[in-house]
Design a protein around this ligand. Structure first.
Ligand SMILES: [Zn+2]
Length: 491
C-alpha cells in the first residue's frame, strides 16, 4: 500500500461536527482511501474520503479525488478492501481478560441458568469482580490484593483490553455490557453502551439476564424517546424454559407485549422456532446471533435460516472468549463454517459481512450513523487484505494480521506499520507483533486524566500482575487465571 499526499483543488476546512466524539486523539484532517469498497450492500473499486470524523465521499473510480475536501488529504492506496468497521453487538467485555485456558463449559447444557453454578466459572467470576469492582461486590480474598480496597480497581484496563481485542480484528463498535461505565471507556473501540460512545448520547439499554429488571420502564423509555434500542438476552438454551422466554417477554410488562417492538433486539434466541421468529419479524424485532458460544454451551445455535425466512434482521457478536470467539473475525469464520456444515451454505459471505456491519447498526438503532460507508456517516472504517475481486469472501477469511487499518471516529488507531504516519503523532503509537506481522497500535492519548495516557504495554503489565496476584490470594482453589488472555490467538 502507498501513503502519499493528495494534491487537488483548493478547499476550505470542513466545519467541525457537533456530534464529534470524546476521543482525545487529534485526527488527521482528511484521509483518502483507495481500494475495493464494500458499503456493505455494494462493492466496487473506488475511494472513500474521510474529513475529520465523517465520511464525505464514497465513489467508484477516482471521483473522490476531485472533491474539494480531498485537497491535502493523506492518500492511502490500500490494495485491499475498505469496509465499515465491524459492529460487535454482543460481548461481555469485562470477561475478555479470560479465554478457553481459564474456563470452558464442563459439559453441554440446556439453558443459561445451569452453567453459572460450575465452581471454576464462579472462581473466574470472583477474579473479575475483584479486578473491576462490579456492583455485585468483591470476594473476601480480594482484600489481599492491591484491588481489595473499595476504590481499588482495574476497570479501565479491563475494559480497554476488550476494546483492543476488538480493534485489532477490525471492530470499531462493541456492545460490551460493562454495567457501570467510566470516563476511560470507549477511548479505543467505540463502547456503544457507554456515555463516552462518541455519539453525543447513549440511547441503548441492555439486559444480560432473563428475566430483565424493570421491563415496563424500558417500554416507557421507548415512548419517551429515551431508549432507541433494547438489547436483551432471551431464549438462550435448548429447553422449554429457554423457549418460554419469548412468550414470557410479552407478559412481564405493563402493558403486555410492549417489548414486541422494533427497538427490541433479542440476544441468542437459540431455542426459538419459526413461530417465534415470525412474531419477531412482524413486530420489527432484531436478533443478535452468537453461534460459537451457543455451540460450546448447548451444542446448537439459533435457527438462522428460519429467522431469515421469517424476515428477521440478524446481527452478530462473539459473546465472550471462553468457548466463544476471540473477536468478530473469528465469529464470522465460525458462522460460515457452521452454515456450510448444517445449512447447506444458506449464508453467503456477503450475508455474513452485512450481519457484522449494517445489521449490527440496525440492531442498536444506529444505522443512520454507523455500519455503512455512506456520505454523512461517522468514519468508523476497517481495511482488510485479500482478493479485491472477492471482497466479502476476503473479509470472512481475514485474521487480525490481515487487518491493514482501523479508523475509529476518523482517527487511525491500528494498522500495518508503514501506515503509521496516518496515525496521531502525539503522544505516539506502539509497535506490536500480530501473528508475525508488525502493526502499530495507538492506545495512550495526550490526556492525563481518567487513565487515558496508559499505553498498551502499561495495560498488559497491570492486568498480568493482577491475575498473578489473584492466583496468589486464592492458592487453595487449584486454578490459575494468569497469564492474561493474549490480545490475539495465532494459528
Ligand atoms: Zn451474553
Amino acid at each position: 500500500m502507498v501513503l502519499s499526499s493528495c494534491s487537488s483543488n483548493h478547499t476550505p476546512d470542513p466545519a467541525p461536527d457537533p456530534d464529534a466524539g470524546t476521543n482525545q486523539f487529534a485526527a488527521m484532517d482528511r484521509i483518502l482511501l483507495r481500494g475495493a469498497v464494500v458499503t456493505p450492500e455494494l462493492s466496487f473499486e473506488g475511494e472513500v474520503l474521510v474529513e475529520q470524523n465523517l465520511i464525505t465521499c464514497v465513489e467508484a473510480g477516482t471521483a473522490c479525488e476531485s472533491k474539494p475536501g480531498a485537497t491535502g488529504a493523506t492518500m492511502i492506496a490500500t490494495n485491499g478492501i475498505i469496509a465499515p468497521g465491524l459492529i460487535d453487538t454482543h460481548n461481555h467485555i469485562l470477561f475478555d481478560i479470560f479465554d478457553d485456558d481459564d474456563w470452558l463449559p464442563a459439559q453441554l447444557y440446556q439453558d443459561h441458568d445451569q452453567w453459572p453454578t460450575e465452581p471454576r466459572y464462579k472462581a473466574m467470576l470472583d477474579v473479575k469482580q475483584c479486578l473491576v469492582n462490579d456492583s455485585q461486590g468483591k470476594p473476601a480474598w480480594c482484600a489481599q490484593t492491591p484491588y481489595g480496597t473499595p476504590a481499588g480497581s482495574l476497570r479501565c484496563e479491563v475494559d480497554k483490553w476488550g476494546e483492543l481485542k476488538g480493534l485489532i480484528a477490525g471492530t470499531t463498535s462493541i456492545v460490551g455490557l460493562p454495567g457501570t461505565t467510566a470516563a476511560c471507556f470507549a477511548s479505543i473501540t467505540r463502547s456503544l453502551d457507554a456515555a463516552q460512545n462518541g455519539l453525543g448520547q447513549d440511547k441503548l439499554q441492555t439486559s444480560a439476564l432473563y428475566p430483565p429488571s424493570s421491563p415496563s420502564t424500558v417500554c416507557q423509555n421507548f415512548t419517551s424517546g429515551k431508549t432507541d434500542a433494547y438489547v436483551i438476552h432471551a431464549g438462550e438454551g435448548t429447553d422449554t424454559k429457554a423457549l418460554a422466554e419469548f412468550a414470557s417477554l410479552g407478559m412481564i410488562t405493563t402493558p403486555n407485549g410492549c417489548l414486541y417492538a422494533p427497538p427490541t433486539a433479542i440476544t441468542h434466541g437459540t431455542a426459538f422456532t419459526a413461530t417465534e421468529f415470525t412474531k419477531m419479524a412482524q413486530a420489527g424485532m432484531k436478533l443478535v446471533w452468537s453461534p460459537h458460544s451457543n455451540v460450546s454451551l448447548y451444542g446448537q445455535t439459533a435457527d438462522i435460516p428460519a429467522a431469515l425466512t421469517a424476515g428477521v434482521t440478524v446481527a452478530l457478536g462473539p459473546d465472550w472468549s471462553m468457548g466463544g470467539s476471540q473477536n468478530m473475525l473469528d465469529e464470522l469464520r465460525f458462522a460460515d463454517t457452521w452454515d456450510n456444515a448444517h445449512w447447506s451454505d444458506r449464508l453467503s459471505a456477503k450475508d455474513l459481512v452485512v450481519m457484522a456491519t449494517l445489521h449490527g447498526a440496525q440492531a442498536v438503532a444506529l444505522d443512520a450513523k454507523l455500519g455503512k460507508l455512506e456520505v454523512g456517516h461517522i468514519a468508523d472504517i476497517a481495511v482488510f487484505a485479500g482478493d479485491p475481486t472477492k471482497p466479502y469472501e476476503a473479509i470472512v477469511a481475514a485474521r487480525p494480521k490481515d487487518v491493514r487499518l482501523v479508523i475509529v471516529n476518523g482517527v487511525v488507531l491500528y494498522g500495518d506499520v508503514d501506515l503509521e504516519p496516518a496515525a496521531p503523532p502525539i503522544p505516539g503509537c506502539e509497535t506490536i507483533d500480530i501473528c508475525g506481522v508488525s502493526k502499530f497500535l495507538c492506545v495512550a492519548t495526550a490526556a492525563t486524566t481518567d487513565k487515558l495516557d496508559e499505553t498498551y504495554a502499561d495495560i498488559q503489565t497491570k492486568l498480568g500482575q493482577a491475575l498473578t496476584d489473584a492466583d496468589a490470594a486464592t492458592p487453595t482453589d487449584g486454578w490459575n487465571f494468569a497469564p492474561l488472555a493474549p490480545i490475539v490467538k495465532c494459528e
